[in-house]
Design a protein around this ligand. Structure first.
Ligand SMILES: [Zn+2]
Length: 267
């Protein structure tokens, strides 16, 4: 498969900052929940529920509801890997994710330096990636974004999520309409990987990108929008270009085309 390799970390040729926002289209359940956060959410909601505390409440960080960068990164990685697999592009599956062997259409976990597109940009267990995802946090305080209506549900065995043995769950979700902000930092990015990120953003517009837990129960869809991309040169370090508005649209169009060439390079 042909794609533009990351030139390596020993040589920093460009730095990128991709700012984006996410709007919740459905209730959102970021998976935390330590007992303290459950207690806090319970106090904010202030309703009698048939439990000491709710079972599932959103993650709280610096007074905001949100997701860890690792959770966001995992979602992007998964969608891009699945898309490349469908296009017949060899992408590896991490050993820990496939205890029963490599699924059809995938290859064994990459060994550096022979990396698949996904490992090249997202990293492997032993080699860090070129992409770093910030926390994705609500713009409004936690108290204002969590729903005051706890959602009762019956847990299925494959979704016990730490509440094993309790069939009845109480969930407190982030309200639809809640806005989150986050950013992605990149080193030596190619147009292809920016195009891959743009495709995930496009999928989100149609409700196909879901964050957090209980996805099969109608939770988690978020609509993403890239608000700006800044490209920095490194010798010396300075802002080379900021893409916003029409220029951002044009640039993302070029990046999508570059990524589509990767998708079309086999299959
Ligand atoms: Zn790989």
């Amino acid at each position: 498969m042909e794609f533009e390799r990351m030139p390596g970390f020993h040589k920093l040729t460009s730095l990128w900052r991709i700012d984006y926002r996410a709007i919740a289209k459905e209730p959102i359940l970021t998976m935390t929940a330590d007992e303290e956060t459950k207690e806090l959410a319970d106090r904010i909601v202030g309703k009698k529920i048939q439990k000491t505390y709710p079972d599932l409440v959103p993650l709280i960080f610096e007074g905001k509801a949100g997701f860890s960068g690792n959770a966001v990164k995992g979602l992007f990685r998964h969608l891009i890997a699945a898309q490349l697999t469908a296009a017949g592009i060899p992408v590896c599956v991490q050993d820990v994710k496939a205890p029963e062997g490599v699924p059809e259409g995938r290859r064994r976990q990459c060994k550096p330096p022979d990396l698949c597109f996904v490992c090249n940009w997202f990293g492997t267990a032993s080699r860090q990636g070129a992409l770093h995802f910030s926390f994705l946090l609500s713009t409004q305080p936690y108290e204002e974004v969590i729903s005051k209506d706890p959602i009762p549900m019956i847990a299925l065995s494959d979704e016990n999520m730490g509440a094993a043995g309790r069939a009845f769950l109480m969930a407190i979700a982030v309200k639809p309409g809640t806005e989150f902000r986050g950013w992605i930092k990149g080193e030596n990015l190619s147009k292809e990987i920016i195009g891959a990120i743009a495709e995930v953003v496009d999928m989100s517009k149609e409700g196909f990108v879901q964050f957090g837990g209980l996805k099969t129960r109608g939770f988690g869809a978020m609509e993403l929008e890239i608000t700006s991309i800044k490209e920095y040169s490194t010798t010396p370090f300075k802002l080379k270009k900021e893409y916003v508005g029409g220029e951002l649209d044009r640039f993302l169009g070029e990046c999508r085309e570059a990524y589509h060439r990767v998708l079309g390079s086999r299959g």
